[in-house]
Design a protein around this ligand. Structure first.
Ligand code: PMP
Length: 452
């Protein structure tokens, strides 16, 4: 089934050989790679991507969900151009009005975020959230759920995609390191929890309550396996009772589950939230926010200046939680993000409806051919999961038929439907009825090829 894909992407194949001489594995992020080779794109416009060989694709990867208005939306381009012309790029590292403008928007849509700080990526946002929780509670462990991703650093690079042989008992999963080079300290100090299993999650949290500073979770695992409402409300209750900070990683779900993210949908107030992706309008961004009391640990101490390497320190470093970054609150990024939110305030509902239409259409196509498939998701993200079994967590997902899904994905690439093989589907404001119908037609053709 790779023949058609390879025939259409000869230039990508050739350039990938060169790329491997420049970057390890030919890519700048491991996730961008796939076998036999990734497609090199040269242009994005609206809902479409164009590769080096001139093939056109409807893009459902959308830069791992970041591009909620598709490629090159004029409102974003204009906002960025205006910002660059008016004020230049970095405003000389000073505070500026866009930090407030975005902050007010965030506080309105995410009322749990009483104070905020900007970072440059989702990774940095969850990292800062965890440091805030350590600082606030004085405890030394964190807990995360099996299968949940929060960025590429040691504290959370555990049990994201473990093999079932290594993963331990489903009720008390083992901490499995996901990368070479991770400090073994974190394997011991990160408790792994079973998602959507309130009974065993509560048991583990209670057992380690004196040590666990925070529970961090993706309210919708991988953007497509939703927390069940009873689980979510139960988790909020028990973390509150045990004095554990609850961190929502809404890097994916923020502005994608709805304007107000998972917390809006579930009506649950986390103590801390990490945002990213959509809120940067296609530029690197992260936002951390939460309870004033916790966030204030990052405020410069009233009695002294912030840490400044050119001055001697006036108070102990232990008095202040360190948070800094040359590019934090970058005005170009915030201008793009504000333009994005403005469009979403008008068009979010329509994207949600179109996502449901596509999911329903796909389920019919698979059902007609007797192939077990669930279009599982929430908001404007879903996944095509080939299984009859109910999928509530990482372990359930392992039952799905990934081999058939992979074949499907490569055949779809050859028909102009782009997502990275085995990845999720993200929609945008510019995925209209036309694109949805074309997508359903492509699936129909490919499913016919596969069931011949
Ligand atoms: N958390 C979640 C839930 C994510 O999906 C991601 C990115 N895929 C991150 C954190 C890390 O964000 P970034 O890639 O911007 O560092």
């Amino acid at each position: 089934y790779l023949t058609e894909f390879e025939e259409q992407t000869v230039k990508s194949k050739a350039i990938f050989q060169k790329a491997k001489e420049i970057m390890p594995g030919g890519v700048t992020a491991n996730i961008k790679s796939f076998v036999p080779y990734p497609i090199f794109m040269q242009k994005g416009k609206g809902a479409y991507l164009y590769d080096l060989d001139g093939n056109e694709y409807i893009d459902y990867l959308l830069s791992y969900g970041a591009l909620m208005l598709g490629h090159g939306h004029t409102d974003i381009i204009q906002a960025v151009q205006k910002q660059l012309e008016d004020d230049g790029t970095l405003l000389f590292g000073t505070p500026h009005h866009l930090e407030l403008e975005m902050g007010e928007k965030i506080k309105t849509l995410y009322p749990s975020m009483e104070r905020i700080r900007y970072t440059n990526s989702g990774t940095e946002a969850t990292l800062l959230a965890i440091r805030l929780a350590y600082a606030y509670t004085g405890k030394t462990k964190i807990a995360k759920f099996e299968g949940h991703y929060h960025g590429g650093y040691d504290q959370v690079l555990l049990s994201i995609n473990p093999s079932l042989e290594e993963a331990g008992h489903p009720h008390a999963p083992k901490s499995v390191v996901e990368s070479k080079g991770v400090d073994p300290y974190h394997e011991e100090h990160t408790i792994i929890l079973p998602f959507n299993d309130l009974e065993h999650t509560s048991q583990l949290l209670t057992k380690y309550k004196e040590e666990i500073a925070a529970v961090i979770l993706e309210p919708v695992q991988g953007g497509f396996i939703p927390a069940e409402p009873a689980f979510m409300h139960g988790l909020r209750k028990i973390t509150e009772e045990l004095g554990i900070v609850l961190i929502f990683d809404e890097v994916k779900t923020g502005f994608r589950l709805g304007l107000c993210g998972a917390q809006g949908l579930y009506n649950v107030k986390p103590d801390l939230t990490a945002l990213g992706k959509v809120v940067g309008g296609g530029f690197p961004v992260g936002i951390v926010g939460g309870k004033e009391e916790i966030m204030m640990t990052s405020a410069p101490a009233a009695s002294s200046d912030v840490f400044d390497s050119s001055q001697s320190r006036k108070s102990s470093a232990k008095d202040v939680l360190f948070h800094s970054g040359t590019y934090n609150g970058h005005p170009t990024v915030l201008a793009a993000g504000l333009a994005t939110i403005k469009v979403l305030e008008q068009e979010m509902e329509q994207v949600l409806q179109r996502t449901e239409k596509l999911k329903a259409g796909l389920e019919i196509l698979f059902a007609q051919r007797g192939i077990p498939m669930q279009a599982i998701g929430a908001g404007t993200i879903f996944n095509v999961v080939l299984t009859e079994k109910q999928v509530r967590n990482y372990r359930d997902l392992q039952q799905a038929d990934f081999a058939t899904r992979k074949e499907l994905d490569f055949r779809l690439l050859a028909k102009g439907i782009y997502t990275k093989p085995l990845n999720r589907y993200n929609l945008s404001t510019v995925h209209g009825d036309k694109e949805i119908n074309l997508t359903l037609e492509a699936f129909d053709t490919v499913l016919s090829q596969m069931t011949k």
